[in-house]
Design a protein around this ligand. Structure first.
Ligand SMILES: C[S@@+](CC[C@H](N)C(=O)[O-])C[C@H]1O[C@@H](n2cnc3c(N)ncnc32)[C@H](O)[C@@H]1O
Length: 320
């Protein structure tokens, strides 16, 4: 293994390994969010020459790091710098139809949030960026300057569940008319000053957390691609194969829960139809009856994982 320091601590690693280390031959494991390779490294400990790790990430630095980390691996390793909603392209390039295990570890990595130049953090001043894929055109700066007050307000409400969404949107628009907002610190200051004093330090989170979450979700189109990526993984899951998904906020939790339930046969027809028209058919089962959460010892080591939830689904061996 070509590494000295791993900049991201994998969340619920032991639990992910327990569910994804499958006892079968010629395993294909697709890590849809390989990041710094922590989960992949743990899951592949029992891999041999016939097994294959396919690592996907849209972040150039993550892929470069993993190429080095797995350079001496004794199993097959392939990397794709691409969004996981493009799984079809990955499978085509790999020349395969299906895989045994998939992992989705949503959200951002520690280097993304910690490096000021990536522009994700309200604690470390940097350019307003927040793009996971640096090739993408739209950054947080473009979004903050081109969206209307109403659009900004709706974004903060829908994707940040921010109570003062409209006030914050108004302050941003007023301020950008005077001079452009260039840095994460400038934006955080505008957000804080728009929130009434007594609400600024509630729930034990920084007052700009929700607005930054909303912007990050929009810049990276995180929720739409999660829906698409999960569906594609479900379509390409081998019999007896598993998908594990780690999510970190309520919007992600909901999408994963709903996609998994649909796959397990829940009817999604609008209420009141005389009979089911959506073709609901159980193709697998959710093997984490309740979402799993990090244990106390892990929370002590890594407070960032406090909101994590792990859900795992298994495809039936045979269609019922
Ligand atoms: C929480 S980190 C993963 C950490 C990883 N499990 C580890 O152990 O190092 C999430 C990673 O997913 C990537 N990512 C997020 N959304 C993505 C998407 N739609 N397609 C591909 N990669 C994505 C991010 O760039 C980031 O590197």
């Amino acid at each position: 293994m070509n590494i000295e320091f791993v900049p991201h601590m994998p969340v619920m690693e032991a639990e992910v390994v327990e569910f994804l280390r499958l006892q079968r031959h010629d395993v294909i494991f697709v890590d849809c969010t390989i990041g710094y390779g922590g989960h992949s490294n743990a899951v592949t400990q029992t891999f041999n020459r016939q097994d294959r790790l396919i690592g996907i990430d849209r972040d150039e630095e993550a892929i470069a790091y993993c190429r080095n980390r797995f350079a001496n691996a004794e199993f097959q390793v392939r990397f794709h710098r691409i969004g996981f909603d493009d799984l079809d392209q990955v499978f085509e390039e790999e020349g395969i139809e299906a895989a045994d295990a998939f992992l989705f570890d949503c959200g951002f990595s520690s280097p993304q949030i910690e490096r000021p130049e990536r522009g994700f953090s309200f604690l470390r001043d940097g350019p307003l960026d927040m793009r996971m894929d640096q090739r993408q055109r739209i950054s947080a700066r473009e979004l903050i300057h081109s969206w209307s007050e109403q659009e900004l307000g709706e974004m903060f409400k829908n994707y940040g569940e921010e109570r003062f969404a409209r006030k914050i949107a108004k302050s941003i628009v007023r301020r950008r008319q005077e001079s452009p907002i260039e840095t994460t610190q400038e934006l955080a200051d505008i957000v804080i000053s728009a929130i009434p004093m007594r609400y600024r330090h509630q729930e034990g989170i920084h007052p700009a957390t929700r607005v930054f979450q909303a912007i990050r979700i929009m810049v990276n189109n995180e929720l739409d691609v999660l829906r698409v990526g999960l569906q594609k993984a479900l379509d390409r899951l081998r019999p007896g194969g598993r998908i594990a998904a780690l999510s970190y906020h309520s919007l992600e939790h909901r999408i994963i829960k709903e996609r998994f339930r649909e796959f397990c046969g829940r009817c999604i027809c609008p209420p009141g139809l005389p009979q089911c028209g959506c073709g609901a058919r159980a193709q697998g089962s959710i093997i984490t009856k309740k979402p799993m959460k990090p244990c106390a010892a892990e929370l002590e080591r890594n407070i960032r994982c406090r909101s994590a939830q792990l859900r795992v689904l298994e495809r039936f061996w045979q269609s019922p």
